[in-house]
Structures are given as C-alpha cells and as structure tokens.
Design a protein around this ligand. Structure first.
Ligand code: HPA
Ligand code: ZN
Length: 327
C-alpha cells in the first residue's frame, strides 16, 4: 500500500518544472506590491490561478502571473521558495526550466533573470538540493529571437550555470524543425537538448519524430503520443532516452492523465519519470503529490514508485558518479 510518508521519504529528481509555473499567489501579491503593479487583488486570496481547458488557456494564466517578476530579488524569491519546498520533499536534484524570453520581451534583462535564479540555486545547495538550469525557447517566437537568447546565455553557459536548452509554449504550427539550426548550435556549445511535445497537439507524433530523429534530443518532455508509433517507441527505449511525464498537469489542462500511455511506456522499460510541470497552475500539486495521486490511480505499490524515482536519476543530466550515489 502506497503512503504519502513513503513517497515523502524517497529521494527523487524533479526533471520537468518551470520556475515561472511555481509562482504562488502569496509571492505574486508581494512582488506586485513591491513593484507597484496593479493586478487587481486586495490580497493573495484574490489571485486565481485556475483557467479553462487547453494549452492556450493555461498559457494565458501563466504569462499573466509572471508579469510581477521584475527584479533580481523577485527571481531570487520565486526560486528560493520553490527549492525550499524541494528540500522538504526529499528532492535531491532539480533540472529547472526557465523562459528568458517571457521576461526579456517585457524589458527585463537576461542578467536580472539569471542572476536572481542562480543566487537562489547556490543558497539551496546548503539544503541538499542540487539544481541545474535548462533554458527554454518560446516556440511561437521567431528563430531569430531564439538565436539572440542563445547568444545572451553564452557567458552563463560557459560558467556552468545553464546545462541544457528546451522548447516550450505554444506548439501549434511551431514544430521542432523551426529551431533545428538553433538546437544544432546549442549542441555544438555543449548543451543537453530537450523539447516539449504536447500529446494533444494535432501533429504530436510528427513533432516527436522530429525531436528524436532530426534534432536528436537527449530527453523528451511529455511526448506521450510516442505510443502511437512502434518504431519511435522502440528507438526511445533501446537508446534509453529519458521521457518526462506530468500526469497531474495533463489532468488540469486536458482532463486526461495520459495514464494508458504512461503505463505502457513504464511496462516496456522506458526511462519515464513523473514530474509537476507548473505546480502553482496545476492545483498546487508538487512532485510528491504527483507521485501519490498518479501512483494511487495506477494501483502502484512501493516497487513501482521506487522504479519511477530511479528513472528520474537515471535520466538526469548528472555525472556517472552522482548517478551511482543515488541509484
Ligand atoms: N506546456 C507548454 N509550455 C509551457 C508549459 C506547458 O505545460 N509550462 C510552461 N511552458
Ligand atoms: Zn513543461
């Protein structure tokens, strides 16, 4: 019988979470006041992170919420608040997405964003949480904008502050191939590569195919439609390419946890992990809630949950020594 205590005690890695999606109403209210931004809320209780269904509706709420993040202190506090939660959840390693263009397009500098986030990452090491940053490009923006962002990141990548690049936001008509040359260059510079492929996107299988076969990603985010293509699934499993599932997040945007696909991938030995995505916009469900709720739904016991946690370390971008210490 699976208990919350067992899950809470289990060392885990969180590999799919967007820092902007962890902004809770309390801090959003504090930042709005500090920065004198009118968000039409008299208290945190007036801030509503719910929305209708679908990626577009979610993204509207997500971009609306993050507008209060303006200073290095704001970025520090959102990151620190999240990493404290991870320490309390026995999360040992986090690969944290951030969306620089969601801020630079509002006139916030790349430096402000990364300096604030990075300072919190350094402070959280004392709590036993090791964090690496993964920079996502917004796929509805131009390739040129992605290039510019990659250039801004270069000094920070060289200092070891950013280890990977990803691709997120509005997927329709924005396939992986749109960014092929940018990802090629990122790979040349030594970044790990990953990409979101939304299972409900109409061209989802084609996007998964491009990500795996053309871009040659090191990991795949969502990508649950891969179960519709036996060859691609066989490739993912034989190459032991990690795949990050966020079932509770799917439930919030799509009323469907993709349980069948996740269970199939798990049963076939894919390196599949469970993650939270945007906990503040997905009912406040952080990683331990995801493990518990989805584990219950699947009727899993401790063995399956241990395997999921092992998969999270197995597919993490950490040294073989660090991996061995967790496995
Ligand atoms: N999907 C696409 N883009 C995103 C998401 C998501 O769930 N969260 C943050 N950016
Ligand atoms: Zn995501």
């Amino acid at each position: 019988e699976l208990t919350r205590e067992f899950i809470a005690g289990l060392p885990k890695a969180e590999l799919h979470v967007h820092i902007e999606g962890t902004l809770e109403p309390e801090l959003e209210f504090t930042c709005a006041q500090r920065n004198q931004i009118d968000i039409q809320a008299k208290s945190p209780a007036d801030i509503d992170h719910s929305y209708g269904y679908g990626l577009t509706e979610f993204l509207k709420a997500y971009y609306r919420g993050m507008k209060v993040l303006r200073t290095e202190q704001d970025f520090y506090e959102v990151t620190w608040s999240f990493l404290q939660k991870m320490a309390q959840s026995n999360v040992k390693h986090v690969e944290l997405f951030f969306d620089p263009q969601a801020h630079t397009t509002r006139g916030i500098t790349f430096e402000t964003v990364i300096e604030g986030i990075h300072a919190a990452i350094v402070d959280a090491q004392a709590l036993g949480v090791d964090t690496q940053l993964v920079m996502c490009f917004l796929r509805e923006l131009s390739k040129q904008s992605a290039w510019k962002t990659l250039a801004s990141a270069k000094p920070y990548h060289e200092k070891g502050w950013i280890i990977g690049v990803g691709l997120d936001s509005a997927e329709h008509h924005n396939p992986p191939l749109k960014f092929m040359t940018v990802f090629d260059e990122a790979q040349r510079q030594g970044y790990f590569l990953t990409m979101h492929c939304d299972p409900k996107q109409v061209d989802s299988v084609e996007h998964v195919k491009q990500a795996l076969e053309v871009i040659e990603v090191d990991r795949l985010d969502h990508g649950m439609s891969i179960v519709q293509n036996a060859d691609l699934m066989e490739y993912l499993i034989s190459q032991q390419i990690g795949i990050t599932a966020c079932p509770i997040a799917y439930y919030y945007t799509r009323k469907d946890m993709e349980q069948k696909a996740i269970m199939e991938l798990f049963a076939k030995g894919a390196v599949i992990s469970l993650n939270s995505d945007d906990p503040s916009y997905k009912g406040g469900n952080y990683i331990n809630d995801v493990y518990y709720k989805f584990g219950q739904k699947c009727g899993w016991g401790e063995d399956e949950i241990v395997q999921i946690a092992q998969n999270s370390f197995q597919s993490a971008w950490i040294s073989p020594e660090a991996k061995a210490s967790y496995l």
